[in-house]
Each structure stands twice: as C-alpha cells, then as structure tokens.
Design a protein around this ligand. Sequence first.
Ligand SMILES: C[S@@+](CC[C@H](N)C(=O)[O-])C[C@H]1O[C@@H](n2cnc3c(N)ncnc32)[C@H](O)[C@@H]1O
Length: 249
Amino acid sequence: MTSIAVIGVGMGEPDHLSGQAVAALNTVDVFFALDKGAAADELLHLRHDLCRRVITSHPYRFVDVEDPPRDRSAADYGRAVADWIAARAAALGEAIRHELGPDERGGLLVWGDPAFYDSTLRVLDALSDPVDVEVIPGVSSIQMLAAAHRISLTRVGRPVQVTTGRRLAARGFPPDCDDIVVMLDAACAFRDVDHAGVTIYWGAYLGSAHQILISGELAAVADEIAAARAEAKLRRGWVMDTYLLRRGS
Ligand SMILES: C[S@@+](CC[C@H](N)C(=O)[O-])C[C@H]1O[C@@H](n2cnc3c(N)ncnc32)[C@H](O)[C@@H]1O
C-alpha cells in the first residue's frame, strides 16, 4: 500500500522539529503541497527552506497540488467544508497516482500539529485508494502561545477548550469552561464577549522572528490587540493569531 507521512512541522523553524520529524522527513521522496493564498505562499516557502536545511540523506521533490476553491459564503458551513474535503481528496489522489512511483513514499507537511484544525488527515481518509498513513506530531501554535506567555493552559484540575473565532462569535464564552483557546479568528471575536473578569493572552506569528505578544485584562487590551492585528495584516498581507481567554483567577 502507498505510504504517506504526515509530518507536523511546528511554526516552520528547524528548532521546532522533533527528532522523529527530522527522521521522517529524510524518508520522503515526494512532498505534496496543497495550500494557496498569501499566507500559504510564504508558508510554502518556509517548508521548502525547512526541507533544504534538515534533509541531508535523501533526494526529494515537491509537487504542488491544485487546491480546489472553498465556498466561504455558503449558508451550510459543514456541507461546504465536506465538499471541499472531497474535492481536495480527489486532487490529492490524482497527484499521488501520477507523481508517486511504486516504491516511493509521499509526505505532507502540516503547519503546527495535525491534531488541531487541519484537514490533512480527513483528506487522506477520503482518498478513493486507501493509503498507509504515519502521523508525526508537531509543536502547535497552542503550545507556542503558552510557552511565549510562560503560562499553563490548564489550571489545577480544570479543563481547557480549544475552539474557533466563528464559534466564539456565534455562542459566546462557554458557560461551563473558564479557559478557552481560540484559533481561526479573523474577526476579533474577543471584542464581543463579556469582558468582566476575563484576561487575554494573545500571540501573532508565534515562534517566528515577527512574533507579537499582548496580554492583560480584556477590557484594557482588546482595542490594542485589534489594532495590532490590523496593522500586522496590512504590513505583511496576512496574519495568524491565537489567544487564550481566561475567566476568573
Ligand atoms: C488551519 S489552523 C492550523 C493550526 C495548526 N495545525 C496548529 O497546530 O497550530 C490555522 C490557525 O492556527 C493558528 N496559528 C497557526 N500558526 C500560528 C502562528 N504562527 N501564530 C499564531 N497563531 C497561529 C491561527 O489561529 C490560525 O488561524
């Protein structure tokens, strides 16, 4: 069966790679790249650079896979994502059939860790020809955020919830969890939650030379974060940010 390594590459720096990831990178013949867009171009460049720096013992090549468009205005968000995953699986399956030799191993480099808001494993599950998948974990932006602010995400015996900006905007701060990590928030949903007693730990471009960190009482820093985010996006053309909202002490 075709073998595919799914390798978490952290924030793209060689220092973020585990020994297991470096070893796996050195076994891959063909890396398939599926992303598009301003951030994707820069992140793709980072991945090429990463491979150049850490692959020392194995010839490899990159194959760009045409990323199907995603309907971001669809009323049924779940349906739109399912359609997009199916289209991505069709495109990737086609690339694997045409580009990977019978004795070659494929690889997909995943930003951060494949366990958090990444479609790679679902796309591989949806391939029409099954493949043998090995997953190598990476350092997620979630861990980068906690380390950069020198905090633990979990308070003693308490849970943390990982969620999206879209969900926070739709449902507000969950009543039964006081610590939430928010990703994929292009609309600064933190501005609309009840600020009372809430602390925010925010980070953009985590783990890179461009990293920006702001923390404090949400009421005091919400506008500062929104302005820093807007300014960063204007300057670089894209921004990726993650934050922890913590209610109470
Ligand atoms: C598609 S998800 C991928 C998450 C990734 N698998 C991970 O483990 O970090 C993209 C979201 O991850 C977060 N993210 C990824 N890289 C980041 C970075 N360098 N700094 C801050 N947030 C980041 C942002 O919330 C962004 O919207």
